[in-house]
Design a protein around this ligand. Structure first.
Ligand SMILES: O=C([O-])CC(=O)C(=O)O
Ligand SMILES: [Mg+2]
Length: 591
């Protein structure tokens, strides 16, 4: 098919995609780019993008030196590139070499973000092919440091900034974003970035990083993903006084001013993108996170990653761990340090799962789960002064002041850190929990590494090699008494990409707890005997795209079962369908 606009050298022209060389085309509004249908194999499709110099500056279509001689001719690139033509594999090798040469993680991060801004497909190719190596670069722990220094490393905006200045104009702001068919939004207000606290507007690194994983791990199209940061100010004095700070220089708006801005945002999102757009809340402070989820859970397709995603991934790890520590789920006793989004979210999902398995009412199954917050064990005598999300966990017990005393009093079989405070699983705490259990399950979930409740090394040495351990941020394998201990990463990155994919491919309109349980079960089902033999309770991230497709299929199946799916008819094989919908970052040929 001949382009009709070839005369436009540097403006908009038409790229004809070679239908044989690529999976092009699209199924309705889902995965336009990456699902081929018979129809499209017969009729090549076209769309308008820049050509010439602008094409090289367009990260969605730029291929750098991979443009062939023919493409250089037909798209006015001749002379704009050096003569060599290299393929994507060689480009990938070159970039991995150069990234490996940086010693400082933040330099690797900046290099990856630059690549994303320059050549999107190559960025995702690197991330997909080297997921275990690059996850700690674009995600925790490095993304935490990147957010702390976001103002200093800021080059180009990567998402949508909605501040108090945009009040009354949010719908217009959404329309400024260049993409129309958005399927997933990750939004933060920056108040609780990982375990690092209030980073204000600089929290943008988190939605950007999470959405990079949506694409690389879950196969959502990059153009369907929208990172958003809501800026209502920050209470971080250091940032307010930092000359490079990129956000509003004021303390946080709260109350009515806050909720009105969020409401305008949520309303505009539904108005602009319809009811099937997924809004993932990320790293909001507790006092807003629970309320936003409750408020919008019945009117929008919303998901809180820190409450629900973390819960689903931890439940999967606990269920998988039963193969190593023995017993059934209802026989275990849980103690959490940290009673915020992650802690209470996980606790509730475990209680729900036990209740489903045993038919014992939820109020009863909660009783084997105990939480410690900054004031000590949560017990009934504290009930009146507790925030509402902590109240279900206020069981009958005398007051206990600290974690160590709580471990001694409760004698848990599973110890979970979700406090956001580093180094709180001390030697005494781990020794105590190890004295009651042959194989204690210890999960240190807080991110980034600096906030982890303990290191892998500490968990293994202080338990004399008996702990089954996983952490939110990765740790290198550790050798102890001649044995190498490899620990897993209990991070919501296992869940949210596949979970979101499942919602999108089924056209789900609401999130339901049973979908979280389904995702959890699907993840636990992916742990192999080989993984267990190594003491692992999660499968390796190297298989994540297959895992995400499994999770997506389970979530979509649940959506259909619950009558929450709108994409009809239901595909017969949801796993195959999920896989076929996934974005792949290989280059496409332009004729
Ligand atoms: O981002 C991560 O690595 C996990 C997460 O949601 C958090 O710690 O808030
Ligand atoms: Mg988070």
């Amino acid at each position: 098919m001949e382009s009709t606009m070839k005369e436009m050298r540097d403006g908009v022209s038409v790229l004809d995609l070679d239908p044989k060389s690529t999976v092009g085309g699209g199924v309705e509004d889902v995965y336009g780019e990456d699902r081929a249908t018979e129809d499209q194999l017969v009729t090549p499709w076209t769309f308008s993008v820049a050509s010439g110099y602008s094409l090289l500056r367009d990260p969605q279509h730029n291929k750098g030196l991979a443009f062939t001689q023919n493409e250089r001719d037909s798209h006015y690139l001749r002379g704009l590139l050096p003569p060599a033509v290299v393929n994507q594999e060689l480009q990938e090798r070159k970039l991995m070499n150069s990234i490996r040469q940086y010693q400082v993680p933040l330099q690797k991060y900046v290099a990856m973000m630059d690549l994303q801004e320059r050549n999107q497909r190559l960025f995702y190719k690197l991330l997909v092919d080297n997921v275990e190596e690059l996850l700690p670069v674009v995600y925790t722990p490095t993304v935490g440091e990147a957010c702390q220094k976001y103002g200093s490393i800021f080059r180009r905006p990567q998402g949508l900034y909605i501040s108090l200045n945009e009040k009354g104009k949010i719908l217009e702001v959404l329309k400024n974003w260049p993409e129309r068919s958005i399927q997933v939004i990750v939004v933060t207000d920056g108040e609780r970035i990982l375990g690092l606290g209030d980073l204000g507007c600089q929290g943008m690194g988190i939605p950007v990083g999470k959405l990079a994983l949506y694409t690389a791990l879950g196969g959502l199209r990059p153009s369907s993903c929208l990172p958003v940061t809501i800026d209502v100010g920050t209470n971080n004095e250091e940032l307010l006084n930092n000359e490079f700070y990129i956000g509003l220089r004021q303390r946080r708006a709260t109350g009515k001013e806050y909720s009105e801005l969020l409401h305008e945002f949520m309303t505009a999102v539904k108005q602009n993108y319809g009811e099937k757009v997924l809004v993932q809340f990320e790293d909001f402070a507790n006092h807003n996170a629970f309320d936003l989820l409750a408020k919008y859970g019945t009117t929008h397709l919303v998901f809180n990653d820190d409450i629900q995603g973390t819960a689903s991934v931890v439940l999967a790890g606990v269920v998988a761990a039963l193969n190593l520590i023995g017993g059934s789920l209802n026989e275990h006793k849980f103690l959490f340090l940290g009673a915020g989004e992650a802690g209470t979210g996980i606790a509730e999902l475990i209680a729900l799962e036990v209740s489903k398995r045993t038919k014992v009412p939820l109020e009863e199954t909660r009783k084997k789960i105990w939480l410690v917050d900054s004031k000590g064990l949560i017990v009934s005598s504290r009930k009146d002064s507790l925030q509402h999300f902590k109240q279900p966990w206020a069981h009958e017990h005398e007051p206990v002041k600290d974690l160590l005393s709580a471990v001694k009093a409760i004698k848990p079989t599973v110890l979970i850190g979700s406090s956001g405070v580093g180094r709180t699983f001390t030697k005494e705490v781990i020794e105590a929990v190890s004295s009651y259990n042959e194989k204690p399950l210890i999960l240190a979930l807080s991110n980034p590494t600096s906030q982890s409740e303990c290191t892998a090394e500490e968990a293994y040495t202080w338990s004399e090699g008996r702990a089954i351990f996983a952490s939110g941020s990765p740790f290198d394998p550790f050798e102890y008494n001649g044995k190498v201990y490899v620990s897993g990463q209990a991070n919501n990155a296992y869940i949210f990409p596949g979970f979101g994919l499942g919602l999108v491919i089924s056209g789900a309109i609401r999130v339901h707890d049973d979908m979280l349980l389904a995702a959890s079960e699907a993840l636990a089902g992916q742990v192999s005997k080989e993984n267990y033999d190594m003491g692992l309770i999660y499968p390796p991230f190297s298989n994540i795209r297959k895992i995400s497709a499994q999770i997506a299929a389970s979530v979509a199946a649940k959506a259909y079962e619950l009558g929450l799916a709108t994409r009809l008819p239901r595909p017969a094989d949801l796993f195959k369908y999920a896989e076929s919908c996934m974005y792949t970052p290989n280059y496409r040929s332009y004729r």
